[in-house]
Design a protein around this ligand. Structure first.
Ligand SMILES: Nc1ncnc2c1ncn2[C@@H]1O[C@H](COP(=O)(O)OP(=O)(O)OP(=O)(O)O)[C@@H](O)[C@H]1O
Ligand SMILES: [Mg+2]
Length: 303
């Protein structure tokens, strides 16, 4: 269950800008952790708040001094760009098939978050010839030196695409709401992830909980049934309260962590961000961690 000690702590103020502290000096990171943490955010059921979480978590981590790349791999409509009020002109697809370099497709977002719009780019990796693919992997490994977190919005469901991103990432967050259908769909997703045997655990975030009791009850239901039937751990890393600010911020196309940094939802996100920075990373992925490993695994999976 989530860390009770951190619950009463004040959320970090959203004041920081892009930090250029040395890589090894980043909190929660040591010299033996050379690669970026690649975290896929997914859900069984759609519309549970993945994009909200990805956008606001990225911004909050960046405001805490972390170097963050947000990779939007969801081809849906209400995507991260929309929530941030950004219109991307180029996607990874232009980088693979056009004459664009990686730098040309990175969109600067709030607090130094760098946004990459995937388009169908990553899925095309498998179709590239091996020399070109290696070239792309090399250029993406730039992020391993320059990034603390690569956070991926994968979209919902158990499609090959979603599962590919989740399996290739070093860590995974599954978002769930207290609704029964969201719980059963989350269980189905976790079941498939357990079959992949890539991740020793999934991190769970309960979104849209009315209060902490409801969040705890929801997390416990998943923990219990997964514990009974599946060979994978559930690590409940936090919950986000149902908050009207979220909808208002969406309408204004401004992330709620900026629109209203002291709102209950923003404070929920801050607690999750703090856990990610100070908590331990978990991965069974044996070699080639970070962005480079992620891309290599992804290319293999889609081949
Ligand atoms: N904590 C919250 N409180 C209130 N409303 C919320 C909360 N989280 C998300 N929402 C609302 O739920 C809706 C869906 O959120 P979001 O687009 O982030 O979900 P999603 O999981 O990314 O959806 P999709 O599967 O379609 O990509 C949005 O209208 C958002 O405003
Ligand atoms: Mg979404």
């Amino acid at each position: 269950m989530w860390n009770k000690a951190s619950r009463s702590a004040r959320p970090p103020r959203i004041i920081g800008t892009y930090s250029d502290r040395s890589y090894a000096a980043q909190p929660g990171r040591d010299a033996e952790t050379p690669a970026a943490r690649v975290i896929a955010v997914s859900s069984g059921k759609g519309g549970v708040g993945k994009t909200s979480l990805v956008v606001n978590l990225s911004i909050t981590l960046a405001a805490m001094g972390q170097r963050v790349v947000l990779f939007d791999a969801d081809l849906g409509l209400a995507n991260a760009e929309v929530l941030m009020g950004i219109t991307p002109h180029r996607t990874l697809f232009d980088c693979l098939y056009g004459d664009k370099d990686l730098e040309d497709i990175i969109i600067p977002g709030p607090y130094g978050v760098r946004l990459i719009s995937g388009g169908s780019g990553f899925l095309e990796l498998a179709n590239l010839d091996s020399a070109r693919r290696q070239q792309i992997i090399e250029s993406l490994s730039y992020f391993d030196r320059e990034t603390d977190f690569l956070i991926i919005d994968t979209g919902a469901g158990i499609s090959k695409n979603v599962l590919g991103f989740v399996a290739a990432a070093g860590e995974v967050i599954v978002v769930v709401t207290p609704e029964p259908t969201s719980l059963t769909d989350a269980y189905s997703l976790i079941k498939v992830l357990a079959m992949f045997k890539v991740h020793p655990e999934v991190m769970l975030v309960v979104n849209r909980a009315g209060d902490e009791r409801e969040a705890v009850r929801t997390a416990q239901k998943i923990e219990k049934v997964v514990g009974q039937f599946l060979q994978i751990r559930v690590n409940s890393i936090g919950w986000i309260i149902e908050d009207k600010t979220v909808g208002r911020a969406v309408r204004d196309q401004e992330p709620f962590s900026m629109f209203s940094p002291h709102s209950p939802a923003s404070q929920s996100i801050s607690r999750i961000a703090r856990y990610l920075v100070t908590g331990q990373r978990q991965s069974w992925v044996p070699s080639a961690p970070g962005v480079r490993g992620f891309v290599q695994r992804l290319a293999r999976l889609f081949n």
